[in-house]
Write a protein that binds this ligand. Structure first.
Ligand code: ZN
Length: 415
């Protein structure tokens, strides 16, 4: 994994035993399986130092001796394997109208999924009760219950200031009165809790495990109640100075368009957010009296399904949205020159119906299209990507600061 420190970066102060142990742990995680001799070679450590460190790491249960590796002449070495299932992580996706929880192992593998629709924006207390219930449902399935929990990652539908993650915008989720609830979760579960914006975490998840795996420069766009983007530049998340980078909702698209909540006219959110698409059904209903979308109160998923079934009203709505999205995306491509743009959230299930017209336009409009082409794809992790991204952030932190692993690493069975 490119994000976890490279070998060169791992060559650290050999007189600090904790840092040495952290580097060895990171390396074993990155390589999955590795021999002591290879650790010694990659980290430039003596064989006896590696032997001592491994002796200390083995009782934690994070690493185990497994099988025999290939010999380069002498005795065949015993391999050490990182134990991905030694601990679990909870990734919580708090959306505008739902809460989802992904329980993963230490390599991002989804072990359990729980979700519930809930009026998150209007009821902060109720939201925390739902989070508690879903987290407890996940942890109760583990043999050693909460002892297995290493840390928690949380996604919120709001920018998060990396310096002050305990505060959130009151404009976006008013009933929360500017509090993120970070401390409350820390106290309740007694583990580190990390918080970030949903689009950032969607980008992180796609970059580690999904469509953007091993892509160094990508932009993930999430269309939901607003329009957000997560930027990965040089293999790392770019958040901006106050965590607002990628907030696309208020990109000006139509100067004569409708008034937006922000006070400007024709912002992107007024034409392609989930509520704007639903509103178009009513506006266009006279033109398509036979559309199935005119029955009941259709959701975004209904619009997607109808478009896939060839419903002309749904197709017009999707085509209009695609045209607006194309304007925003070609601007981003020319400004940021990413290798890949990943569409997540609403509309991403439509695949080629959305991707093809935008890709054609990008190829025509992008300033440097003759030199490099930006690939446009839909998310491969789908609606679970944000919660998985929240868990991924917690995994990333555990290896940036492995003392979290050291301090929480006594296997539940030994406690
Ligand atoms: Zn606006």
């Amino acid at each position: 994994m490119h994000r976890i420190n490279s070998t060169a970066e791992n060559k650290i102060d050999q007189h600090n035993p904790l840092l040495l142990k952290d580097s060895v742990l990171r390396l074993i995680w990155r390589e999955h399986q590795i021999s002591r001799a290879e650790i010694s070679r990659q980290l430039d450590l003596s064989r006896s130092t590696v032997t001592e460190i491994i002796k200390e790491i083995l009782p934690t249960g994070l690493v185990a001796e497994v099988g025999i590796g290939k010999s380069s002449g002498g005795r065949k070495p015993i391999l050490l394997q990182f134990q991905d299932d030694a601990k679990v992580i909870l990734g919580i996706d708090i959306g505008a109208t739902h809460v989802s929880v992904a329980m993963t192992n230490l390599r991002g593998k989804l072990l359990l999924w729980k979700e519930r629709n809930f009026p998150v924006r209007e009821d902060a207390e109720g939201t925390f009760n739902v989070i508690d219930e879903l987290c407890n449902e996940c942890l109760s399935t583990m043999k050693h219950g909460p002892n297995m929990l290493l840390s928690i990652g949380v996604s919120v539908p709001s920018p998060v200031d990396p310096i002050h993650p305990e505060y959130l915008s009151e404009t976006i989720i008013p009933a929360w009165h500017g509090k993120s609830g970070l401390e409350r979760l820390r106290e309740k579960y007694g583990v580190p809790v990390y918080l970030d914006n949903d689009a950032n975490l969607g980008a992180l998840a796609e970059n580690w495990w999904g469509a953007g795996k091993n892509v160094n420069d990508l932009i993930y766009i999430k269309i939901s109640s607003g329009v957000g983007a997560g930027y990965i530049f040089g293999g790392k998340l770019y958040r901006g100075s106050k965590g607002i980078a990628g907030e696309m909702s208020h990109m000006p698209i139509d100067p004569n368009g409708r008034l937006c909540g922000c006070g400007l006219r024709g912002c992107l959110a007024t034409v392609i957010s989930a509520w704007a698409l639903k509103e178009r059904i009513g506006t266009l209903s006279n033109l398509y009296p036979d559309s199935h979308l005119l029955n009941g109160s259709p959701t975004i998923i209904d619009i997607e399904n109808a478009a896939l079934d060839g419903d002309p009203l749904a197709i017009q709505i999707v085509n209009e949205a695609t045209t607006y999205l194309t304007s925003a995306i070609t601007s981003l491509v020319n400004l940021m020159n990413p290798d890949m743009i990943i569409i997540g959230g609403s509309l991403s299930r439509l695949g080629e119906l959305v991707i093809n017209p935008i890709q054609e336009k990008i190829d025509l409009c992008a300033l440097v299209s003759s030199v490099t082409k930006t690939k446009l794809v839909t998310s491969t992790l789908g609606s679970k990507g944000i919660a998985i991204g929240a868990a991924t952030m917690a995994i990333e932190q555990a290896f940036i600061d492995p003392k979290i692993l050291r301090e929480n690493s006594v296997p539940a069975v030994l406690k």
